[in-house]
Design a protein around this ligand. Structure first.
Ligand code: XIL
Length: 355
């Protein structure tokens, strides 16, 4: 139920404080309309099994999202042991959560330059064995979630950091420059019904990288690879200039393939910018969120694979941890306490307008 106008006026002082960025103040924001209720396409989030123990997290996922990407636990470094053994406990738990809740699964990731497991390192000088091992791995992982996983990131982050060329890690060492085409073919054999993605990041911020990404997609398609989807991770930050958030989606649309905004977050501390307090940062974030949502929502229906956010509450974000993480970052759509943020409203408004 939406609060009455009177209730909102009564709450005005607290709302004002919230707008000033006092994050500790209870913010009686009106309940947002569940995101998935506004969208005509799947709306996704990433998650980890640990989060499934938290009722608030699970409640927010159930009401707002219709697709799940395992944030880490379906990646090769989690599944594949050094001795070649396969470990599906965590991935199965996420798949079970999807089944129990009628959620679509998006699998990530099969071949990623940054993961070079020992089981493959050991084979990189034996091409036939390397190829057989990769076919076996892709077959086992995709086969296990066939029917549930609507699509997979088959090749992740193949374009070099600044867009000048390509990178393949152990995959290129073992299979040569053709490794991406081979991976797509193996993926099609494993699950002919899945949408198969080439996925990358910084496509919004770096024209050179977007350009190289498109050249790679063209090359793969020309070589007959079953590349059937394009993913833009969309790890953005609030320094992004007006109009830039939708640039990658607009450029990629010309391929006519399904597009996945696959890992959206909008850092409020990254980048080179000089904004004031929390409120203006959250406003800048909402502006960018609205722009990318709008660019996605106006795509033809068959190109709207899914719009995925990389986590639920700010405190769940990977940008809070790790070496380059920042404890004050607020990159997601719900705050630490699970309350909707302006970025969520901006996305909803863009989705609603595009109907
Ligand atoms: C990140 C996860 O968020 C982390 O939890 C994990 O430790 C490392 O990977 N690009 C990608 C994602 O393709 O898989 C990354 O996810 C974020 C950057």
């Amino acid at each position: 139920m939406r609060p009455s106008r009177r209730a909102l006026i009564a709450a005005a002082p607290a709302l004002a404080l919230a707008a000033c960025g006092h994050r500790d103040v209870a913010q009686p924001l009106p309940p947002a309309r569940p995101l998935k209720a506004t969208a005509r396409f799947p709306v996704g989030t990433s998650l980890m099994t640990g989060e499934l123990q938290e009722p608030q997290f699970v409640g927010l996922v159930r009401s707002n999202f219709s697709q799940i990407t395992p944030e880490w636990e379906m990646k090769m470094e989690r599944i594949l042991g050094a001795d070649g053994s396969l470990h599906f406990e965590a991935a199965d738990q996420i798949a079970g959560f999807c089944r129990d809740n009628g959620l679509r699964l998006h699998g990530t990731t099969l071949v990623w330059y940054s993961q070079d497991p020992p089981a493959f390192e050991a084979l990189k000088d034996n091409r036939a064995a390397f190829e057989a091992k990769l076919r076996e791995y892709i077959g086992a992982v995709m086969g296990r979630y066939k029917g549930l996983a609507r699509g997979w990131d088959v090749v992740n982050e193949a374009v070099a950091e600044n867009g000048d060329g390509y990178r393949g890690g152990v995959w290129a060492a073992g299979l040569g420059d053709d490794y991406a085409r081979l991976a797509f073919e193996m993926a099609r054999e494993a699950d002919p019904g899945a949408v198969l993605f080439l996925n990358d990041y910084n496509l919004e911020q770096m024209p050179a990288k977007l350009n190289s990404f498109q050249r790679l997609a063209e090359r793969l398609l020309k070589a007959g690879a079953p590349l059937t989807g394009l993913g833009t991770q969309s790890h953005l930050d609030i320094s992004l200039a007006k109009g830039e958030a939708g640039v990658a989606i607009k450029a990629l649309a010309r391929f006519g393939l399904p597009i996945h905004v696959s890992e959206l977050d909008i850092s409020t501390v990254g980048g080179d910018f000089s904004l004031g307090g929390d409120a203006s940062r959250l406003e800048a974030q909402a502006r960018i969120a609205g722009e990318i949502a709008e660019a996605f929502a106006v795509l033809p229906a068959h190109q709207r694979y899914a719009f995925t956010v990389w986590g639920v509450r700010d405190k769940d974000s990977w940008l809070r941890g790790g070496k380059s993480g920042h404890p004050d970052d607020q990159p997601l759509l719900f705050d630490d306490d699970g309350r909707p943020k302006p970025a969520l409203s901006a996305i909803e408004a863009a989705f609603a307008r595009a109907k």
